[in-house]
Design a protein around this ligand. Sequence first.
Ligand code: DSN
Length: 451
Amino acid sequence: MKDIVFNLIDQEKIRQRDGLELIPSENYVSKDVLKAMGSVLTNKYSEGYPSFEGITDWDESEIAQKILPNYRYYGGQTNVDRIERLAISRACKLFHADHANVQPHSGANANEAVYYAWCNPGDKILAMSLPAGGHLTHGSPVTRSAKIYKFIGYGVTDEGDIDYEELEKKALEEQPKIILIGYSAFMKIPDFDRVARIAAKIPDCLLMADMAHVAGLIAGGVHENPLDHGFHVMTTTTHKTLRGPRGGLILSKGKVSSPLKRPDHTLENIPTLIDRSVFPGTQGGPLEHVIAAKAVAFGEALQPEFKEYAKNIVKNAKTLAEELIKSDFVLQGDGTENHLILVNVKESYGIDGKMYEKALDHAGLTLNANALPTDDSAAFRPSGVRLGTPAITSRGMGEPEMKILASWMKKIAKICKEAGTEDNLPKYSAELETIKKEVKELALKFPVPSI
Ligand code: DSN
């Protein structure tokens, strides 16, 4: 008998196929990425690391063929080692890194491991505050790391850019151990050089970038790479614009040595300090089926087609932003330089983000309500919504579809305005159903790559 779980997976496939995914942190993986994720590698334990000892050049066939010593705590690692080495070498190539740790289970774990590698309890970390667009793991009081380290927040300007003056002032006053540039709702390309110049004035300050949202744009060459601008470490998830499996990744510059011996606490040794911090510091056995899927996704991101994809994500986001402005929406920062758009729906249509999110959901359009930097509304009823173009670009959509999308968003915002409250939305279900049919018709013309 078929387990009911598979019926639910089938239903989720239909939801993904028939609707449009506008959450900027989601994407659709390829069939090959899905195949690697669902492979027998899930049966294997492989705590520890493969070594690169004896690799004379980073040629893939050499990496894939050579059986080398390792630093693992289980036998049977021949294939797993070679797969993990491929993932590491591809990640380094993609992001111009000296070293990659491909084992973090998530972006949160990746960030936690970097903090643990470089800081002692009570040390200061300067990061974008959550209301300004930063991420929960960058010091929100509800997280474990905020109980261990002292986070100091910087904000954004009215124009939506990082407040570099505030950042510099706080950095010089507080002398943090880490300056972190990263966010989950920010639409500009950071001035990494400027931040590197600030950090150079602070002894032993680690420059860390959490590029989870834009990693695919960096890989595709349409966004600056912090590692090219003096940053020591870049963390990311692998499933957003990078279009890999759900997971985390840490890239670093510096000297790589055996993880068996703790190296001196220097910025040069950060790659090995991070390896030791991931395992055994904060994680146990790596998920080798996910690491294989990461390797496949990195291989895809190294292809010329991925550059085209990254370019189209940004082009679509800019077009969609322009169309939304024409449809009377007020956008944070007046538009976007990346894949992400933050709409102030309260100022635009007098409605709240949660109600709008629900109404869009009824019509098969998925995004998320999001607080704005100036928001005084409750976290569950913020004034904004956040959307982005990575997933719809993976389906092959372009300018004409962005125009249609903006027109649906306008219609639904008007419905919400007229309804006044969420409880009144059912009265408008016929209108929302009509839009849902149109959404499905368009969605089916642009199949999800893995369905
Ligand atoms: N939860 C992710 C996002 O949606 O931005 C960040 O980890």
